[in-house]
Design a protein around this ligand. Sequence first.
Ligand SMILES: Nc1ncnc2c1ncn2[C@@H]1O[C@H](COP(=O)(O)OP(=O)(O)OP(=O)(O)O)[C@@H](O)[C@H]1O
Ligand SMILES: [Mg+2]
Length: 505
Amino acid sequence: MTNFSELNISESTLRSLKRMGFEEATPIQEGTIKFAMEGRDVLGQAQTGTGKTAAFGIPLIERIDPKNPAIQALIIAPTRELAIQVSEELYKIGYDKRIKLLSVYGGQDISRQIRALKNKPQIIVGTPGRIQDHINRRTLKLDQVQTLVLDEADEMLNMGFIDDINAILENVPENRQTLLFSATMPPAIRKIASTFMKNPEEVKIKSKEMTVENIEQFFVKAQEREKFDVLTRILNVHQPELAIIFGRTKRRVDELSQALSIRGYVAEGIHGDLSQAKRMSVLRQFKENKIDILVATDVAARGLDISGVTHVYNFDIPQDPESYVHRIGRTGRAGKSGLAVTFVTPREMGYLRIVEETTKKRMTPLRPPSESEALAGQQKVAMEKLVEIVQANELNDYRILANELLEEHNAVDLVAAAIKSMTKEPDDTPVTISEERPLPARRERSGGGGRGRGGDSRGGRRDFGRGGRSGGGARRDGGRRDGRREGGRKDGDRRRSSSPRRRED
Ligand SMILES: Nc1ncnc2c1ncn2[C@@H]1O[C@H](COP(=O)(O)OP(=O)(O)OP(=O)(O)O)[C@@H](O)[C@H]1O
Ligand SMILES: [Mg+2]
């Protein structure tokens, strides 16, 4: 590992990094900072949670002239939450240089943003739709931008933002620097990147597997109708401190979070149909550990850095391997360990194998715990809690009561009752979980390593960039008709309009 002071970074930025607790550069930072500081275009790929934000953030801040009031850098991110998070990290890196920055995203009052833009921010972080909106209103002047960053570029293209990105690019000087970072780099994105990048330096941090080693990966085979019960049993055995459960659709997320709450878990859902205020408050509560379980669509899969997420559950197997990599990457960040469990119905086993082929990592089969194992898990927690209370030794007020009880009852019975009263026993309060259609059966491929074939009617995301798709970009819902799948343009609108139904506007 290299110390940041060996990377030719200014004193003020070094001070900021120190304050952030960053001592040594991570491999992707070490590999890209030098090129990016020279003004080169960089295509950076490294596993989830390995510091890609600072890998583009540090050189970007270094190249800002604090005396120039113009917008000098533009960062585009696929979701509002990610745009906010990236701007917070850049703010910290640029703190000692007194750099002004602003994030602009849909769902926030545009006139407030317009007023804030008059304050002369030097860096803008935003979502594609809202940036484009500001360009159309002529409230965003990008003619002095020297660095453009596309964080999670493949996701933005998957979401159908290609037109917005192209339109934004037309407003940014051609001789700018372009930085593009993601944990996954499907071939289609490389191809597209080559059209808007100049002789990019490709930095890929080599690793045997695409996912980080410190995430233990399991799958559990279950019929669609059994999944919820299996999930609650697993939760009772695992006792996750902070968990994210990914569901395929918004309806799924709503139903799951309600069902979990009914069964006594502290859970909340997040998806693109919620108001921005609600999305932000749910995320804040999760970060503050006021919520134990965040139930989410893929809106929370990319880039979000929430420290302390111990478990990720894919209640529905993602339909493409990239999504899997990003989802489970919400745990096991910055060297911490994590655990991921993916539910798969028997018909969907082909998808599991494709994920494994892509990540080059086998998942361990997990036998669904029985009801008695789930109960044993809860009893263990109750016992541990009891021992903790004994060890804390603050029982003076209770000892007299205990002696009173012991006069009439057997000691073992009393302790057993205490354990029982603290154990969350199986709860079968009825809940509603509509059945999702499993993904269409997909034959397991016989080696060969090639990824997704264009012919699959549901393979919308993988088809990206193939003939005839250039108008609206690929749709994440892969043509499903329920209109509830998260992201992208549900109406298939190919015009470059700011459709109100899009996720970011
Ligand atoms: N050099 C460093 N030293 C210590 N911690 C770091 C360093 N660089 C980044 N981090 C921390 O590591 C965590 C993950 O960083 P970041 O969010 O940039 O990862 P990422 O590679 O962009 O992941 P993803 O692919 O999920 O977007 C953050 O909490 C960040 O503050
Ligand atoms: Mg990131």
